[in-house]
Ligand binder design. Structure first.
Ligand code: HSE
Length: 429
């Protein structure tokens, strides 16, 4: 074993960074044996240097992250700061100064992954980011390496723990969205500002990363159709139950049937209770991958939190250090298919539509005509009438999303339709 240590700079020492530092210390011998050389924490860049950080030598703490990555003797930079800047500039500077990078930064990779990969390639460094998608769950490496010989057609998953906790709570207790969010906040699942999670931005960034790797093309967060869970009501969840379904925030990345394009979307959807994703409870994540030769694979586990995310970071650290010692680099960006990302309107899906209508002759025929005019075939209709009003629940067959949303728009214009109580896509059948 080489005795000269590989030097690691840690950028960020919050929930994830402090766990990375702890595991690097407590597992130092095992890490050295697995890598073939010891790894040494050479510096830790933080915003608040006065904070007590147990187990970290105060002499390693600095507020000057740029100087740390410019030192020239750093082998690997671990970036767990998050956000676009200064993370992007620091990663690029790290590459220029001889370091490979392990990052957990989903927002940056989903926004500017191509430029970061190009910089890594230019300087002959590694860029690894297993921790950017679904915490401890191995997804990036299975897609980049284990499935590199297969053809992935679909990635479908729950990639945000906060929203899964909220929807699970609504499902099990009958709570409304606000009540369930309050509980998620009190238990530390939701952040003080939950926007990134509940509006689907976090899941959309992960979907962009997964779609890009799965289909060997470039997908940015702006290409991902995004709807959050803030409009999901207790009535939607009850309606799903009546259909034998539950509601989940899904990230769905698909290759078109003709293979000429891909789609990536994040939105709440009803899935049958018999689907394996329906049993993913609390803040857990799970992802299905469907590939030509492999068939269906499911990955399940904790998608957030300090230790699970640090596990993914440490796995990347070992891989990157091994590459360094072997004077090699791991897989870079694979975007050779250059497949375009189609808009949401072209996605083929099913809708569950709940309408409040007048209960009088001809209303059902009127409603059915709107569906027919938009070329949308109805699968089931359930009507419950009371005092001249009725609630009508229509579930469609598969149709392009544009036709389905056109149908809803036309239904809203009917005098006999008092209101559209809920619209939700149905997936996973
Ligand atoms: N906030 C995310 C979640 C974890 O709730 O799953 C980090 O991506």
């Amino acid at each position: 074993m080489r005795t000269r240590p590989l030097k690691v700079a840690l950028l960020g020492c919050g929930v994830v960074g402090s766990e990375v530092a702890r595991i690097m210390t407590t597992h130092a011998d095992d890490l050295a044996a697995r890598i073939g050389a010891p790894v040494e924490l050479a510096g830790v860049a933080v915003r608040r240097p006065s904070k007590v950080r147990e187990g970290i030598d105060p002499a390693l703490i600095t507020t000057d992250a740029t100087a740390l990555v410019q030192r020239g003797d750093i082998d690997v930079v671990i970036e767990v700061i998050g956000g676009i800047e200064p993370a992007r500039a620091l990663i690029t500077t790290a590459f220029e100064n001889g370091a490979s990078v392990v990052s957990a930064n989903k927002a940056l990779l989903a926004e500017d992954g191509a430029a970061l990969h190009a910089a890594a390639e230019k300087y002959g460094r590694d860029l690894y980011y297993e921790a950017a998608v679904a915490g401890a769950i191995p997804l990036v490496r299975p897609l980049r390496e284990s499935l590199a010989g297969d053809k992935v057609n679909r990635v479908l998953g729950i990639v945000n723990g906060t929203t899964n906790f909220i929807l699970d709570k609504m499902d099990t207790s009958g709570a409304g969205y606000s009540e369930a969010l309050d509980e998620a906040t009190a238990l530390g699942y939701a952040e003080a500002d939950p926007t990134a999670d509940v509006e689907g931005f976090d899941a959309a960034a992960k979907a962009a990363i997964l779609a890009g790797i799965a289909f060997h093309t470039r997908v940015r967060i702006g290409d991902v159709h995004r709807e959050g869970i803030t409009e999901v009501t207790a009535a939607d969840i009850a309606s799903a139950r009546r259909m034998g379904c539950t509601v989940k925030l899904l990230a769905i990345c698909e290759r078109a049937a003709d293979g000429a394009s891909v789609t990536a979307r994040v939105h709440p959807a009803m899935i049958p209770l018999s689907h394996p994703l329906a049993s993913v409870r609390e803040a857990y994540n799970a992802v299905f991958i469907e590939a030509d030769a492999a068939g269906q694979l499911m990955f399940y586990g904790p998608g957030a939190g300090g230790s699970p995310t640090a596990s993914a970071v440490l796995g990347d650290l070992v891989a990157v250090c091994r590459n360094k010692l072997g004077e090699a680099t791991g897989p870079g960006e694979s975007a050779y298919t250059r497949l375009p990302v189609s808009p949401m309107g072209e996605v083929v899906t099913r809708y569950h539509i709940s309408l409040d209508v007048a209960d009088k002759p001809g209303v059902l025929a009127q409603v059915a005509t709107v569906f027919a005019e938009q070329g949308v075939s109805i699968d089931t209709v359930r009507q419950q009438g009371k005092d001249g009003e009725a609630s009508l629940v229509v579930v469609t067959h598969r149709a392009p999303d544009a036709a389905l949303s056109g149908t809803v728009e036309a239904l809203r214009k009917l005098d006999t339709v008092r209101g559209v109580a809920s619209i939700m896509r149905v997936e996973g059948e």
